[in-house]
Design a binder for this molecule. Structure first.
Ligand code: TYM
Length: 326
């Protein structure tokens, strides 16, 4: 049985990219693995947050975890800041990382835009993520493609400490899905779908209603060729819609191309609306049932205790390795 760990930031607007790249994998993996899924609230502090909204968003992500099918009997579901080991281990790893390797992280470069007043937390973000993963002796990390570089630095840090101090950490591997690993923005299919983009029609949030989904898909950017064909280079918009169709329906891209041979973009988009709405409406229904139940908070508290028991063992081992404490 493998140990699986992953996390989602509670920054609102959880979208179909998050679902198809990450959450869907979380559910698939939980039957046959030892899974731990975290709501990484401390990562959200890398950008300013409204405290009330952050609390709401934490509970929203927790309810979505359950709504997509995570079972707290099978998986540990918890909030990062409830387990002190994440911050403790992050400091130890910070002391074993290089400023050069952190400066090369593309997410830092994009988000800081070269500004001297970018929060230091944005710079050290990948180390906190490495701590999340290494704290639980994780074998497998299901994530979207945008996290590849962060998984690489986690592996580098684990190997570096193991080489310097002897076997301390399990070296984890990333797990990426074929169709869902990189869902692109609907208005600009050359950039990834994001929670924070200003245009709400650039994404489909998991909690969007059918009308909004229809509008966003029908407005989505395509091309003037008129044929439904997968070609990332020349037809990034249609290729992205084909990916979404495939990931939600389970149909192969080739099968979908065949089904829509000779059809216009309008017909294809209308059908895609149906496919997406059909797939996410049961999730929305469960979300609303769970979101205000008292059970939600007790699931998180229980998850926090179970996660902490594992984290404490790792921290004892790590502190011994580094000669910390008495
Ligand atoms: P976050 O909250 O930005 O995204 C959560 C998950 O969704 C994936 N994802 C996507 N997948 C496909 N297409 C997209 N357009 C898309 N956008 C986002 C992300 O890859 C991610 O898997 N750093 C992480 C959170 C984190 C974490 C961890 C993950 C913190 N600690 C430890 C794994 C293990 C993040 O910002 O995810």
């Amino acid at each position: 049985m493998k140990r699986v760990f992953s996390g989602v930031q509670p920054t609102g607007n959880i979208h179909i990219g998050n679902y198809l790249g990450a959450l869907k994998q979380f559910v698939e993996l939980q039957e046959e693995n030892d899974c731990i899924y975290c709501i990484v609230d401390m990562h959200s502090l890398t950008l300013p947050q409204d405290p009330k909204l952050l609390r709401k968003n934490i509970l929203d992500v927790a309810a979505l975890y359950l709504a997509v099918g995570l079972d707290p009997e099978n998986s540990i579901i918890f909030v990062q800041s409830d387990v002190p080991g994440h911050a403790e281990l992050a400091w130890i790893l910070t002391c074993n990382s290089y400023t050069g390797e952190l400066s090369r992280m593309t997410q830092f470069k994009q988000k800081s835009k070269g500004s001297e007043s970018a929060p230091t937390g944005l710079f050290t973000y990948p180390i906190l993520m490495a701590a999340d993963i290494l704290l639980y002796d994780t074998d497998v990390v299901p994530v979207g493609n945008d996290q590849k570089q962060h998984i690489e630095i986690t592996r580098d840090l684990a190997l570096r400490v193991n080489n310097r101090c002897g076997e301390t950490f399990v070296v984890p591997e990333g797990r990426f899905l074929k169709a869902g690993a990189r869902i692109m923005s609907l208005d600009d299919p050359t950039s990834k779908m994001s929670k924070s983009a200003e245009n709400v029609h650039s994404r489909i949030s998991l909690l969007d209603d059918a009308n909004k989904i229809k509008k966003s898909i029908m407005k989505s950017t395509t091309d003037s060729e008129g044929s439904i064909r997968f070609d990332i280079e020349n037809k990034p918009g249609i290729s992205n819609l084909l990916n979404i169709y495939s990931a939600f329906s389970g149909m192969d891209i080739k099968e979908i191309e065949k089904k829509y041979e000779g059809c216009g973009y309008g017909t294809f988009k209308k059908d895609l609306v149906e496919v997406v709405v059909e797939a996410i409406s049961p999730i929305q229904q469960r979300f609303h049932e769970i979101r205000n139940s008292s059970e939600l908070v007790s699931i998180l508290k229980d998850g926090g205790q179970r996660a902490n028991a594992i984290a404490e063992k790792t921290m004892k081992r790590v502190k011994d390795v580094f000669g910390l404490g008495i």
